[in-house]
Design a protein around this ligand. Structure first.
Ligand code: PMV
Length: 321
């Protein structure tokens, strides 16, 4: 008889922020992403019968999961298949603090937590390669042709330098970044935003290439600034990156309003983060108190939620907590 390693196992993941380089990363340019301490936890337990899922979106048997969860369903099935285990006798619950579709990488984080929990449940070691190839299944459903930046940064404990198809480099900032994040309260439409950039590229390749080159250059400068601890310079680069994202047509009025408000509050720089067209933006503060003030002002301005944190800690603070 086969003895399972556990009757209950837990897998976790944090979400992510793209500091610079979203969209350009799809075209092979570099990007810098970092852990964002909003978390998801997945618990796998032994039961009898069909695999049952319990989540904020859907509770019930796995075979009837709604369309927006098809990626997670496919990832779950493939993980069990890879582990040589049947699709039965499991209860899987997902408890996530990451708002859905806000450019914070919620779909990849849920998949990471679930794959980790399933491997732990069956007492199997999980390599990074196995994790990425299984999570990529779910990401392909969510984004079509994802660069992979979400899962890579969510599986990392520190900021990363990411280029599609190349080795991921951990980046250890010499000085902490104090960051405020605000949510427009509207779903970011990453798939449409990526498609729009593609259409713009087809219609006007020189212009789009110019923006992509500028973002590439800014990401390289930001990497050097991070390693030197030149926070002022990072702020300027965030502003420059935002201007190019506006030109690429992926920002919108709500995001622009929050960016302007953050700058008015003295942020060193501010930009959208993730796919854009809704979703979240981030702003760089001078210190933790300043990041808190910016987060507070963004919430008062109309953000549906805002947080602040420092990159040298795993703590996340919400404005009205
Ligand atoms: O919206 P998010 O958090 O999934 O970020 C997408 C980042 C893009 O560069 C726009 C797309 C990608 O696949 O890298």
């Amino acid at each position: 008889m086969e003895i399972d390693a556990n009757t209950r196992a837990i897998g976790e993941s944090h979400s992510k922020l793209i500091l610079l380089g979203e969209h350009a990363v799809v075209y092979g340019k570099p990007a810098i992403a970092m852990p964002f301490p909003l978390k998801v936890r997945c618990i796998v337990e032994e039961t009898i019968g069909h695999v049952m899922l319990d989540s904020i979106i859907y509770t019930g048997v796995v075979d009837h999961m709604p369309r927006e969860m098809q990626g997670i369903a496919a990832c779950m099935k493939e993980t069990l298949n890879y582990l040589g285990k049947p699709l039965e006798n499991l209860s899987i619950s997902i408890d996530s603090c990451i708002p859905l579709g806000r450019g914070l990488g919620s779909s990849a984080a849920v998949a990471i937590a679930m794959v980790r929990a399933l491997f732990a449940f069956y007492g199997k070691e999980l390599s990074k390669e196995e994790l990425f190839s299984l999570v990529q299944i779910s990401e392909t459903y969510a984004h079509g042709n994802p660069s992979g930046i979400d899962m890579v940064s969510e599986a990392s404990d520190c900021p990363v330098w990411f280029e599609k198809g190349k080795e991921v480099l951990p980046l250890k900032p010499t000085a902490p970044l104090f960051i405020a994040v605000a949510d427009t309260g509207r779903m970011a439409d990453t798939r449409t935003a990526v498609d729009n950039v593609k259409k713009r590229y087809a219609a006007n390749p020189e212009k789009v290439e110019q923006s992509l080159e500028k973002i590439d250059d800014m990401a390289n400068k930001a990497k050097a600034a991070l390693l030197k601890g030149d926070i002022q310079c990072i702020g300027e680069l965030l502003n420059g990156n935002q201007q190019e994202l506006v030109k690429l047509g992926v920002s919108d009025e709500g995001l622009n309003g929050l960016v302007q408000r953050a700058l008015k509050a003295g942020a060193l720089g501010a930009k959208l983060t993730g796919g854009g067209m809704g979703g979240c933006m981030l702003a760089l503060g001078k210190n933790m108190e300043h990041a808190k003030l910016i987060a507070k002002e963004l919430r008062e301005y109309g953000a549906s939620n805002s947080w602040y944190f420092s990159t040298d800690s795993d703590m996340l603070y919400g404005v009205y907590e």
